[in-house]
Design a binder for this molecule. Structure first.
Ligand SMILES: *Cc1c(COP(=O)(O)O)cnc(C)c1O
Length: 482
């Protein structure tokens, strides 16, 4: 996506691609949306696609593929062991990251599973800029503890700070001092920090973090799932890198890291994942887990078709015109919300537009899950499916107490190259309507609560009859419109 000015003075992102395959969508009436969200236990993960108009749940595995990716899938070399497809993927990763060893896994969390099994022992502490649900669950399962060291700006929802995913270097030093390097198997650094709104780290911060880790002999692990957006933001926002190519920035990052893992459901516009590294001694500690949990070393649970798509997708990720599309659309959506007074996380990050539920619904007690309630309400308002990223996405402590999330966000993801400008404008319109009627929205309570990753399949019910009232208001304001 290029920086193109319009004669009219309007500023809208312009796609540098055309759409050649489409999928029909349906928009069901608000009464059906109420039935659907009730059937789904007020958990947007449990909705059925047929009831959804704009699926903004996630950017995972739903990014649009390119013609070249589809073409590559047709010529994959299918075999259990030693396929040319795997060799192509392995060489592409080595070309981009400078990491000759690639251990394939079926998706990002599978890589996390292997890393946790291999390195995390009971009582260990794993520092990170911010947790993500799946690595935290795997680390906790192995008896480890997560320590979040993101800078204070990272938790400030309306900041202009360009690198809210940075690690607080003083906090990192203090933690190592307190815990001792021996109790810290690795430092995990997440690109495009997911749960604080897709916010990037700077190359400078990554280098400082890695330097401290090296001083103490601690391994560094990069979660590169959302690296694509982080690369674009470094190029845009970090003075020292302004004239660098995306490839050069990528290499500068990977040169600092001992291990890089990623979900190819995000990075590479496909599905799959894996672990990239240089050091054979470290690889030896991981390698046996690949055939045990994933599949043989030349596929790790991925189909050869997907591996071909990742190889091409990673190459496309090195093209600034390709990777700017997501952040520019998200910036547009966030700017439109800000203009209308709708509380969103700023600056706009990658991944999607994040509504700040704590400010959107200040009257909903955090124990009644404002972000979850907002997710249900946005679905009622427009058939738009977002994802709760707040207290529901946390899990209870072993003693049963419920930690309240530091932020209550509703993430409206913009999968890459998928939505059009008018669809984004529609979403903003329905959210604005909801914002005007926000006092109608009430809280939620659990009726079925799983202990691990409860946000995926837990079921909730509204507190009171606010959803019926919202539907009545919708009919009053929109007549018989969908
Ligand atoms: C999605 C994601 C993961 C997990 O990847 P899956 O492929 O969904 O298992 C890990 N880390 C981050 C930052 C992610 O966004």
């Amino acid at each position: 996506m290029a920086n193109i000015s319009f004669f009219s003075g309007e500023t809208i992102p312009l796609e540098l691609h055309k759409v050649r395959v489409v999928q029909k969508l349906s928009l069901v009436p608000v009464e059906r949306r109420l039935e659907a969200i009730t059937e789904a236990g007020n958990n947007t993960f449990l909705l059925k696609n047929k009831d959804i108009f704009l699926d903004m749940l996630t950017d995972s595995g739903v990014n649009a593929m390119s013609d070249n990716q589809m073409a590559a899938m047709m010529i994959c070399d299918d075999s259990y062991a030693g396929s040319a497809t795997f060799t192509r993927l392995e060489s592409k990763i080595n070309e981009i990251f400078g990491t000759p060893i690639f251990l394939p896994a079926h998706q990002g969390r599978a890589a996390e599973h292997i890393l946790a099994q291999a390195f995390v022992k009971s009582g260990n502490v794993i520092p990170m800029n911010f947790h993500f649900t799946t690595p935290k669950a795997h680390i906790t399962l192995c008896g480890g503890r997560v320590e979040e060291l993101v800078i204070d700006e990272g938790l400030n929802t309306t900041s202009n700070f360009p690198f809210k995913g940075n690690i607080d270097i003083d906090k990192l030093r203090a933690l190592i001092e307190k815990e001792g390097a021996k109790n810290i198997p690795f430092i995990r650094i997440e690109a495009g920090t997911n749960l604080i709104g897709g916010q990037p780290f700077s190359l400078e911060n990554l280098r400082e973090t890695a330097k401290i880790a090296r001083e103490h002999g601690i391994m560094t692990v990069l979660d590169a799932s959302l690296l694509q957006d982080n690369l674009y933001f470094i190029k845009q926002r970090e003075e020292a890198c302004r004239d660098w190519s995306i490839r050069k920035i990528t290499r500068a990052i990977s040169d600092e890291m001992d291990i890089i893992y990623f979900s190819a459901r995000k990075l590479g516009f496909a599905r799959g994942g894996g672990i990239c590294l240089r050091d054979k001694a470290i690889a030896d500690k991981l390698i046996e887990f690949v055939p045990l949990f994933e599949g043989f070393l030349t596929y790790g649970g991925m189909s050869t078709r997907e591996m071909e798509a990742i190889t091409v997708g990673l190459d496309e990720t090195m093209d600034e015109d390709v990777i700017s599309q997501g952040p520019q659309f998200i910036q547009f959506m966030c700017d439109e919300c800000v203009k209308k007074g709708i509380p969103v996380v700023t600056p706009a990050g990658g991944l999607g537009c994040h509504l700040n539920a704590m400010e959107f619904l200040p009257h909903v007690d955090q124990h009644q899950y404002p972000a979850g309630a907002l997710a249900a309400a946005v679905f009622l308002a427009g058939g738009i499916r977002g994802m709760e990223r707040g207290t529901i996405s946390e899990q209870r402590e072993p003693d049963g107490t419920e930690p309240l999330a530091s932020m209550e966000l509703l993430r409206l993801a913009l999968p890459r190259r998928v939505f059009t400008m008018s669809q984004v404008k529609y979403a903003v319109d329905r959210i604005e309507w909801l914002f005007h009627n926000r006092e109608l929205v009430g809280g939620l309570k659990f009726v079925e609560e799983p202990t691990t990753l409860r946000f995926f399949f837990g079921r909730l019910a509204p507190v009171g009859d606010w959803q019926e009232k919202l539907v009545t208001q919708f009919r009053k304001d929109f007549g018989d419109s969908l």
